[in-house]
Design a protein around this ligand. Structure first.
Ligand code: MG
Length: 309
């Protein structure tokens, strides 16, 4: 049975922007988040407190966070990689953070520069301190359907790590298909395995459209009982000019499908398309969204007031 309501977690201002080749000014990043709030999202990733040397696109995320007009009932998590990042999030008065872990050792070494076990210990200490400060923690688990270094990934191992993240106090684990290789078949098998270890209501999915499978995978996730889906406005993060083009599922494409299925999200499609064209125009290209391209930029008359970067 399909859910009556789905929560879309908008990851464009963090996961999206960090993979883009251009660095947006703080004021533009804050404006993007405010626009997404007005679209009706209930969770919007607002930035990252990892090293600005590693991710210059998200430097000064605290300033962005303080600049946005936070709406009651909307969550604005900041990505945190260690206790220093958590301290910064506490000083910024963040109420939600996200942590990240990999489902393969090779990706963990490349992305986190430590083993999975070392990273899990780090996450456990972040969770302990965050929860003591009444900050809720969301977890990302990357490479759950395939790894650029190791290839196939064992679903049982994914379930084991997802279970530990929930045991540490994360309220939700987002299972990410980081390289977009998953299909309806592998997603179904993964969710069946992981849901034996943690409840379905604590599972979110994060698909990349690299192989054009993202919406099919979302449908299978909905049919499996998942009702939290990550996506990125304009498909940010899937820049064809970036070396590591990853192709986040575009929020407009997801919303169009959910609207068509009569599933409630609280998000306004036309406002979202307008926002997608605005942000794509800043990057000087079209949105990576079939829906936004089909409907066109007629909904975005204000785009020209934004600075080009
Ligand atoms: Mg992503």
């Amino acid at each position: 049975m399909l859910p009556a309501r789905v929560k879309i977690v908008e990851v464009g201002p963090r996961d999206g922007l960090q993979s883009e080749p251009l660095i947006l000014p703080v004021v533009v990043r804050a404006e993007l988040i405010d626009r997404l709030t007005r679209c009706g999202f209930s969770t919007i990733e607002a930035g990252s407190l990892v090293s600005p040397k590693a991710v210059p696109q998200l430097a000064e995320s605290e300033t962005v966070y303080r600049s946005i007009q936070r709406k009651d009932g909307v969550e604005y998590p900041l990505l945190v990689g260690n206790l220093d990042g958590l301290e910064r999030s506490i000083r910024a008065d963040a109420r939600q953070i996200s942590v990240f872990c990999a489902a393969t050792e090779a990706f963990s070494m490349a992305n986190n520069r430590c083993s999975i076990q070392q990273n899990l210990e780090r996450i456990r200490s972040i969770c302990d301190k965050a929860l003591a400060n009444e900050i809720t923690v969301r977890a990302y688990l990357s490479c759950t359907l395939g790894c650029p270094f190791e290839g196939k990934v064992d679903a049982g191992f994914v379930a084991k790590i997802a279970g530990l993240l929930i045991d540490y106090g994360c309220y939700e684990v987002s299972l990410a298909d980081t390289i977009g290789v998953g299909t309806a078949g592998s997603v179904s098998r993964l969710l069946e395995t992981v849901s034996r270890r943690i409840p379905l209501e604590k599972i979110a999915v994060h698909f990349h459209d690299t192989y054009g499978q993202a919406l099919a995978n979302v449908l299978v996730a909905l049919q499996s009982g998942v009702n939290v889906i990550d996506s990125s406005v304009a498909g940010l993060g899937g820049c064809p000019f970036a070396g590591n083009a990853s192709g986040n599922l575009a929020s407009e494409d997801l919303l169009y499908m959910l609207d068509g299925m009569g599933i409630e999200t609280g998000i306004h499609l036309n406002r979202l398309i307008e926002t997608a064209w605005t942000v794509a125009d800043i990057f000087g290209r079209q949105p990576e969204s079939r829906v936004s391209k089909a409907i066109g930029r007629k909904l975005a008359p204000e785009f020209s007031r934004y600075p080009k970067v």
